[in-house]
Design a protein around this ligand. Structure first.
Ligand SMILES: NC(=O)c1ccc[n+]([C@@H]2O[C@H](COP(=O)([O-])OP(=O)(O)OC[C@H]3O[C@@H](n4cnc5c(N)ncnc54)[C@H](OP(=O)(O)O)[C@@H]3O)[C@@H](O)[C@H]2O)c1
Length: 253
């Protein structure tokens, strides 16, 4: 049976991926929706059709979650057509003022979980399937006041490009998507509100509905990268051309 797996499916961009896959991929018979908030996943399953959306409550910071995922894959042996590594969070503030646990857990979720989930799922993927790794414009250059977050997204960026190269001969595509700020729960979770960051107050917003729809289309078409909005494509170009010591004056959050 063809399935899709989405991490962080209970809100924001992940929820939009879920809705688009249910609508646009009738051959995907089930979407395994992973996140911690079971009630949110259950509500989405009821709305999108029981059976089509399969709530899979996991805390991806815990090592046990990888075993649970592996065991379910082994038991059901599905054909995974789409894997979306989307779960992630950030925090705003100087590194030396942040709690160690929140910073270490960010690396655990944004990097360790993404790596572990990919490793667990890959044996069930074959030619024509694809992976979308949700990254950020934060990967393009360091962002002071979001030091661990931008570093974790630089990992996601590099991991995705290298994995894409490795998986080409298996016919599996990997797309890395790099959105700018989106009005999702990400911002309050990060401690970003009006007035807390001039950069976040002024940057143009990306729409999670469009980001999900366009990145799915591009991944299916074999593309490797998607950065929404001209503004952020230009920022990427500048961050490649200019010294980062200079770019950091713009990218400081
Ligand atoms: N919003 C932005 O400005 C922005 C910009 C660029 C990139 N991004 C990236 O986009 C991705 C999605 O974020 P979003 O904007 O959609 O924010 P969001 O609404 O806060 O979504 C984050 C998702 O991750 C899940 N999650 C958090 N901790 C988890 C854990 N320990 N185990 C399993 N799932 C966990 C959350 O569900 P539960 O709480 O139910 O577990 C939620 O479904 C992230 O990777 C983020 O870095 C966001």
């Amino acid at each position: 049976m063809k399935i899709a797996i989405i991490t962080g499916a209970s809100s924001g961009l992940g929820e939009q991926y879920l809705r688009h896959i249910v609508r646009l991929y009738p051959d995907v018979k089930a979407v395994w929706a992973i996140a911690r908030r079971q009630e949110r996943l259950q509500a989405l399953a009821e709305e999108c059709g029981e059976g089509r959306v399969v709530p899979f409550p996991l805390d991806l910071i815990s090592y046990d979650s990888y075993d649970a995922l592996k065991q379910r894959l082994e038991a059901e042996r599905p054909e995974v057509a789409i894997l979306i590594n989307n779960a992630g969070y950030g925090t705003l503030g100087n590194f030396d003022e942040m709690e160690l646990l929140s910073q270490a857990r960010m690396v655990d979720l944004n990097n360790r979980a993404l790596t572990a989930v990919t490793s667990a799922v890959l044996p069930y993927m074959s030619k024509g399937s694809f992976i979308i790794n949700v990254c950020s414009i934060a990967a393009f250059a360091p962002n002071p006041r979001m030091t661990v977050y931008c570093s974790s997204k630089a990992y996601v960026y590099s991991f995705s490009k290298s994995l894409r190269f490795e998986l080409k001969n298996r016919g599996i595509n990997v797309l890395v998507v790099c959105p700018g700020p989106m009005d999702t729960e990400f911002l309050p979770v990060a401690g970003i509100g009006k007035g807390s960051s001039h950069t976040f107050d002024t940057l143009p917003r990306c729409n999670p509905v469009t980001v999900a729809e366009r990145s799915l289309k591009r991944a299916a078409a074999g593309k490797g990268k998607y950065t929404p909005r001209f503004f952020y494509k230009l920022y990427h170009l500048l961050s490649n051309l200019l010294p980062h010591a200079l770019v950091m004056h713009m990218s400081k959050t």
